[in-house]
Design a protein around this ligand. Structure first.
Ligand code: ATP
Ligand code: MG
Length: 403
């Protein structure tokens, strides 16, 4: 099926969420649907467990870390972050390690210290920059590894960008020392090769940051199940993404049990219904797609194709399904002004309470209470909630420094 492509340039879709919620299958289903619409698509996973080959039921994706053509227009790539890292970062890493080992630190340990936290995941993301540069695909669907920290890797370009530049300073500093002390301390000066690698690396990070923060190119999609934990996890991802200016365009609530005549299952199904309502309130105003728990394990191209139809119907999955700011943060001097979109108005009977790093907005409705959890950014930790105002589906909260 060849259709008009909504995105003639690169489209990046990132699925993230708690472990086991269905990120890998949903990534594959999206990628298959897009490939069949004519997008040259690649689905990428950096999951150490080789789940792409499990989901697609194709053996040859695992075993090697080269991209494999799995269907017309669709390639799959299982990234091994360690291989990527040694390919791209080795000169810098060896140099940093050599500085530490010149200081008497055992070489194996020196490598560990020279490695920044989360660095391995970053190399999976750099693959996106490479794809953009080589124009080899129209669309990338990225399956983010299951980890509370996963999203943070996306922000690494900015974060490591600045840390990295400090390291350049550090390397410069060491090389300055090296010139003076080299004969004594045997501190190696960075070679041209090291400096060039470092510069290339930082440039690529900047490019990656541009791609990910471009709301016309990249979208994050949240995957949750009808349970409290995965909804909260996804909500936090929504908050962080907003903080970093990355667009989130959809939430998927997956594995919803169908009703049953059996009391045990009926109870579960009704509990899950209430969690789906919670999810809708918490992800407001994002579109929320609901997907049932299928009768069998979701895997194989045929089932994934059906899953894609359930998710998108006749819509193009490349569409940007929502564009806006569910969370907005504005720094006002030492204060932070936060505006959150909420599914209720000042006319509702609501109360707001702060528990540690989140606000809970409780709304009493004729059918019971709905709780909306609003995770707060770390910056508000030492601040007090000075003002809260709800108007027209917008909650506006002012945090002030405690004096
Ligand atoms: N709607 C569904 N119905 C039935 N089975 C499902 C459904 N969604 C996912 N599954 C199954 O749940 C399991 C987990 O799915 P998947 O591997 O995609 O999750 P994940 O979020 O990628 O997990 P991980 O965090 O471990 O990478 C798989 O066995 C998958 O087939
Ligand atoms: Mg997975």
């Amino acid at each position: 099926m060849a259709c008009t492509l909504l995105f003639p340039s690169l489209r990046l879709i990132i699925y993230t969420g708690k472990g086991g919620t269905g990120k890998t299958v949903t990534s594959c289903a999206t990628a298959i649907n897009m490939a069949e619409r004519g997008y040259r698509t690649i689905v990428i996973s950096a999951d150490p467990a080789h789940t792409l080959s499990d989901a697609l039921m194709m053996q040859d994706i695992s075993g090697s870390y080269d991209q494999k053509q799995v269907l017309p227009n669709l390639a799959a790539l299982q990234i091994d972050p360690v291989t990527e890292m040694s390919k791209q970062y080795d000169p810098i890493l060896s140099y940093m390690a050599s500085i530490f080992s010149a200081k008497g630190i055992d070489e194996t340990l020196a490598y560990e210290i020279a490695m920044l936290p989360g660095m391995t995941q970053l190399f999976s993301l750099l693959k996106i920059e490479e794809i953009e540069r080589t124009k080899s695909f129209d669309a990338v669907v990225l399956d983010m590894p299951a980890s509370g920290e996963a999203l943070r890797y996306l922000y690494f370009p900015k974060l490591v960008g600045s840390i990295g530049r400090k390291l350049t300073g550090l390397a410069g500093l060491f090389s300055g020392f090296a010139k003076v002390f080299q004969p004594v301390a045997k501190i190696p000066a960075p070679s041209r090769d090291v400096i060039k690698s470092e510069m290339d690396f930082l440039d690529r990070l900047d490019e990656l940051a541009k791609i990910i923060r471009d709301n016309d190119t990249a979208s994050i999609r949240l995957v949750a199940n009808p349970d409290t934990f995965s909804i909260e996890n996804a909500k936090r991802a929504l908050m962080s993404a907003s903080l970093y200016g990355i667009n989130v365009d959809m939430a998927v609530v997956n594995k919803i049990m169908a009703g049953s005549s059996d009391e045990y299952y009926a109870k579960w199904a009704s509990y899950q219904r209430s969690k789906v309502e919670d999810a809708k309130a918490n992800f407001y105003p994002l579109p929320v797609k609901e997907v049932q728990l299928y009768g069998t394990e979701l895997r194989g191209v045929e089932m994934l194709r059906k899953h894609g139809e359930v998710l998108f119907g006749s819509d193009d999955p490349a569409k940007i399904f929502y564009r806006g700011k569910p969370y907005l943060f504005v720094n006002e001097g030492a204060a932070i002004n936060m505006t959150v979109q909420v599914p209720f108005t000042e006319k509702d009977d609501f109360s707001i309470e702060r528990y540690g790093d989140q606000l809970t907005i409780t709304v009493r409705t004729p059918v019971g209470q709905v709780a909306n959890i609003v995770p707060l950014p770390v910056a508000t930790a030492g601040m007090k909630l000075a003002k809260a105002k709800l108007m027209n589906h917008e909650l506006n909260v002012l945090f002030e420094k405690v004096t």
